[in-house]
Design a protein around this ligand. Structure first.
Ligand SMILES: [Zn+2]
Length: 220
């Protein structure tokens, strides 16, 4: 088994990838090592899967030809070889960065960025749902609803026309799921995925869009 360590574009885990096949090897250049010895650098493209989420990734890397000639034999072996001297030049898919916008207060931005990373690992969806509720909770306070509990603050934002009726309804759904997730430690991955998507929309509507509109007004 041939392995390399890199960050997974699917689950964001920094971990081991197992190569299934390396169908593509091409010459890049000859280069001189510090001792004066000339070596050939080759580019390989391999199909590998993440040890954590098992999703496939195409990995392109540069490696010395003589080392590659040894490493390639491990692909079909049970024995594990982990490549160290290995410069990854490209990955497909590219790792997707979590949603973020400078108009969102830093505390909320950081929490929501962590929530999105946590969702990718697909571990404990209840934690993700609970954290989405915390994002919503903090956001309602930042948006000016300082009094009362989360239910009252959502209603307050609606009365102040900061959020529309459908957004209010969704916010209550998130509030209820969040409570359940926190108390019963129970939520499905699909719920978590949907609520992360709603939380993102909520932040776009309440922070990003107004900031962008203000920017447009200023510029003319
Ligand atoms: Zn992964």
């Amino acid at each position: 088994m041939l392995q390399a360590v890199t960050k997974c574009p699917h689950c964001s885990n920094e971990g081991t990838f197992d190569f299934y096949a390396v169908p593509y090897v091409e010459h890049v250049k000859f280069t001189n090592l510090p001792g004066g010895k000339q070596v050939e650098v080759v580019r390989i493209r391999g199909i590998a899967s993440c040890c954590k989420c098992r999703e496939p990734t195409l990995i392109e890397a540069e490696i010395f030809r003589n080392e590659w000639e040894v490493f390639k034999n491990y692909i079909d072996k049970r024995e594990v070889y982990r490549i160290q001297q290995f410069r990854i030049t490209r990955k497909f898919p590219e790792p997707k960065e979590p949603y973020s916008h400078p108009s969102i207060p830093e505390k909320i931005r950081k929490l929501f960025s962590d929530v999105q990373k946590l969702l990718k690992t697909a571990e404990t969806p209840a934690l993700v749902v609970g954290a989405c509720r915390s994002v919503l909770d903090a956001a309602t306070k930042e948006l000016g609803a300082r009094e009362g509990n989360l239910y009252e603050r959502i209603e307050e934002l609606y009365k102040q026309h900061i959020i529309t009726e459908p957004v209010k309804e969704w916010a209550h759904i998130l509030r209820r799921y969040g409570n359940k997730a926190i108390h019963e430690i129970e939520a499905s991955y699909e719920d978590a995925e949907e609520l992360v998507e709603f939380t993102k929309l909520f932040l776009i509507i309440t922070f990003e869009l107004p900031a962008r509109i203000n920017e447009k007004k200023r510029s003319g």
